[in-house]
Design a protein around this ligand. Sequence first.
Ligand code: ZN
Length: 157
Amino acid sequence: MNSEIHKAIIDQFKSFGFDQRIGHAWEITRMNSLNNWNMSKPSTKEMAEAGFYCPQSDFPGTVRCFSCFIELDGWEPTDKPWEEHKKRALTLDPPCKFVELGKKEADLLVEDFLDILKSIMLRILKEETEKGLNTVMSLHKKKKTALKKELQKLGIS
Ligand SMILES: [Zn+2]
């Protein structure tokens, strides 16, 4: 897949409002985020190739996958980023699409890339839905407790 197509797809998805979360779908963007990485092995190149970027520059040792959002830290020089990613990401529900495809960025077809972006959007929607439901449920609980108290005051409960 050439970078022009890649950029066009990213721009399209950005227009849907997913820009924050898909920004690291580019390997070069992931590489740039790892500028505080302080190990020579595994290298920033290996980390970025395996899908990882640094989400917080204050914590350069913690990396996140752009596709499944899994976060890993405590890296050892002998660790292989792809292997570490694979070990964990395929047990996720849904599994990491990037790992499932198992291709380097240069080998990804347009269809592959779209599949990854779709899986990212679905994962975001799932997370947001769960967050929203939790908020609604906790408001509901508060309201219920307050109502119970009112009823008790009135001697109705
Ligand atoms: Zn992943």
